[in-house]
Design a protein around this ligand. Sequence first.
Ligand code: NAD
Length: 377
Amino acid sequence: MSFPNSSSSPRFRVAIVGLGFGAEFIPIYQRHPGAEMYAICQRNEAHLHEVGDRFEIGTRYTSYDDVLADPKVDFVHINSPIPDHAWMSLKALEAGKHVMCTVPMATTIEECDQICEAVARTGKKYMMAETVVYSREFLFIKDLYLKGELGEIQHLAASHPQDMDGWPAYWEKMIPMHYATHVVSPCLGLLDKRAEYVSCFGSGKVRDDIREKSGNRFAVETCHIKVQDSDVVAHIWRFLYDVARQYRESFDVYGTKKSFEWTLVEDEPHVIHTAKKPEPEIPSKIEVPDFAHLLPEPIRMFTKTIQDAEHLSFVQGGGHGGSHPHMVHEFLSALAQNRDPWPNATQSANWTCVGLCAHQSALKGGEIVKLPAFTLK
Ligand SMILES: NC(=O)c1ccc[n+]([C@@H]2O[C@H](COP(=O)([O-])OP(=O)(O)OC[C@H]3O[C@@H](n4cnc5c(N)ncnc54)[C@H](O)[C@@H]3O)[C@@H](O)[C@H]2O)c1
């Protein structure tokens, strides 16, 4: 992921859409050598100007259509609420803009298909900005895996319990597995393979008002993923409401030589188990190193800083493992090198559709559901 650092390298003009979580990315783009932090967009004019004044950004829009009509915008970075991701991505691609969009790609398989089709037809780049696969923990585990230190991978497991009471109301309409990319992506991303099919069960029940708003009765959804072209199966589980547990985005990797297990409680050390040692010496608590050295110097500081520490996604999200500058750098590098970003559109669709297929499976009592063919390309 090297980036041409010279002054002659191209600078891509970004418009950030949605300035809650989205505002975190403004100072990163402002310092990245390959970006021009050009425009911001959100519907509430007062907040738009507050953010624009704070970061000294001149080009400000309250209308998304006006962003897309601006020929100076090279790409949009979408951080709007979940129901808006798909239509905003599609409209931007059709308007000739590249798209980086926060998770998930969409909330239906049809929309994922439409986005993949639009990317293939327009030749524009699309990346789902999945924080987990650019977190320091994932980068650390992937590094161990690629160096052969874990041995053969035998099993993967990931969990994302999160109590969404207190979050914006649209979360009450969500289904746990429709926001599953934080657990799907590390499993598939580590092996760099696609999901082939899933089997998922629903467990427990949510309170009546959540069931009525979401159309889903399960409190927990727990899913097995068959990884394509591999003998590995991953297990993921999620809840959004009515289960007593601290937030966690965990990722456990079981190898023949070493395994990585996520801490049970936030801010405590993760554990590495090493095979064939005397039993008490098998586990060792570890400190995960930072991976800022992979980034251009001006944005390295952002693996450890947060602009809005009060935002619930940081209170519960642990700062997303220092992932924000890595995602920005990956997308800008892909634009500069005219290559697909990681994840590209079909990978993003595969990761998103695992959750969509999983919920279909849960409604059918755990029946196997195959991932759509367009996500396997
Ligand atoms: N770890 C992660 O990957 C992670 C963490 C936090 C949030 N997110 C995602 O980021 C998105 C935003 O989250 P949030 O907590 O900031 O939400 P939010 O509701 O606080 O903010 C949404 C923003 O989008 C703007 N917006 C809404 N509709 C718009 C429109 N039609 N045109 C222009 N602007 C519009 C709003 O004005 C607001 O600024 C969500 O999709 C969420 O899933 C991802």
